[in-house]
Design a binder for this molecule. Structure first.
Ligand code: PMP
Ligand code: GLU
Length: 395
């Protein structure tokens, strides 16, 4: 009954681990959830107020398919102000989260058997979106020894006449790595030679950056006319549940996303759009406050993880994930259970240590484990203590 297309799809591992953790919690087990990646803060007051006002002012009708004009204007101004990128509101399409924005672009440009380059470790959904479009993912691995970032030479080697797109994520989920301007420039120089390739730049973690100014690959004029910048309100404004993301793209691509969305979902929630106008156009100090909290937690989690024997840890420069290499535990046992891979290890940590993480396999990096440290300092300290004690049982 189910289509082959859907049968080929894997469920989202991040959401699945989060669900498992919630189930254990419902049974009364005291689980610390470091699996799903979402800010633990509440949405700032002025944004919530804008949503309440939108309800009172009867913003209850369908919005234009690509989003309200005032929101697209606020996004256009944000891109100019913060990123020095010029996009007219007509080049912006607002969707139900950055997830839909990425998927829209993939569906709009990828044909059957087209290749899409995905540097790994990569967020779980990219490969699945390419599968939905019946394309082929070409994974380009970058391990901890190269700080999880691909080089220009690796990119060039992966390009074939069938390459249609590349999906770049910086700051990265799941590694926290951030490409520097020079590194992006080197990648752009390669891509400039291949005018058929669309560059999907997922910048949803833009504001969760510990090394300074965010750099977008869209800033390089030689490729700018085929870059799709993806961003949204989920991470910067603690608005994951509001479901607002956007793509800023060349007009032909924005029009295609609009057409797809018009037959598929229509414009996103009118209330959430009005709240997002307040997010982009309102005061920005909330963003910096949350960023600072994430930085403090980053420092804490790195310090504690470095004390865990068997973990190989780098210092993530953005997002809110730690991605230690854990392959030294493979083949070890506590006498009853043997750990064969990182998925086993994640299950062991959940069931024995009561800490939910995500095995690296779903990110295309089976030797690693992902922790989201978007939680309180107390939870981080307690979770790392539990992990250390639980892993010490493995010989
Ligand atoms: N891209 C990356 C790399 C993410 O981690 C997420 C969070 N799930 C998204 C996109 C989607 O974000 P949103 O909640 O806006 O759909
Ligand atoms: N970005 C989050 C994560 O990676 C949200 C879950 C998801 O959509 O995958 O955990």
């Amino acid at each position: 009954m189910i289509s082959a297309r859907l049968n080929a799809l894997s469920p989202s591992e991040t959401l699945a681990m989060s669900q498992k953790s919630a189930e254990l919690k419902a049974q009364g087990v005291d689980v610390i959830n470091l699996s799903v990646g979402e800010p633990d803060f509440f949405t700032p007051e002025h944004i919530k107020q804008a949503a309440k006002d939108a309800v009172d002012n009867n913003f209850s009708f369908y919005s234009p398919v690509p989003g309200y004009m005032d929101l697209r204007k606020a996004i256009s101004e944000k891109l100019q102000r913060e990123n020095n990128l010029t996009y007219a509101p007509e080049q912006i399409v607002v969707s139900n989260g950055a997830k839909q924005s990425v998927c829209n672009v993939v569906m709009c440009v990828v044909d059957k058997d087209d290749e899409v380059i995905i540097p790994t470790p990569a967020w779980v959904s990219y490969v699945e979106m390419v599968k939905l479009a019946e394309g082929k993912s070409v994974l380009v691995p970058a391990g901890i020894e190269q700080d999880f970032k691909i080089t220009a030479a690796q990119l060039e080697e992966a390009i074939t006449p069938k390459t249609k797109a590349i999906i770049l994520c910086s700051p990265s989920n799941p590694t926290g790595s951030v490409y520097t301007k020079e590194e992006l420039e080197a990648l752009a120089a390669v891509l400039a030679k291949y005018p058929r390739i669309v560059i999907i730049a997922d910048e949803i973690y833009e504001h969760i950056n510990y090394i300074g100014k965010h750099e977008s690959i869209a800033q390089f004029p030689e490729i700018a006319d085929r870059v799709a910048v993806i961003n949204g309100v989920s991470k910067a404004y603690a608005m994951t549940g509001w479901r607002i993301g956007f793509v800023a793209a060349p007009l032909w691509l924005a029009k295609a996303c609009n057409k797809l969305q018009g037959q598929y979902t229509s414009g996103p929630s009118s209330i959430a759009q009005k709240a997002s106008v307040a997010a982009f156009a309102g005061p920005q100090d909330c963003v910096e406050e949350m960023r600072k909290a994430f930085e403090r937690r980053r420092n804490l989690v790195v310090e504690l993880a470095k004390e865990i024997p068997g973990f190989e840890v780098n210092v993530p420069q953005g997002a809110f994930y730690l991605f230690p290499k854990v392959s030294s535990f493979f083949g070890k046992s506590d006498g009853e259970r043997t750990i064969n891979d990182a998925v086993d290890l994640a299950m062991y940590l959940l069931e024995v240590g009561h800490v939910a993480t995500v095995g690296g396999k779903a990110f295309g990096a089976p030797e690693y484990l992902r922790f989201s440290y978007a939680t309180s300092d107390e939870n981080i300290v307690e979770a790392m203590r539990r992990i250390k004690d639980t892993l010490a049982r493995l010989k």
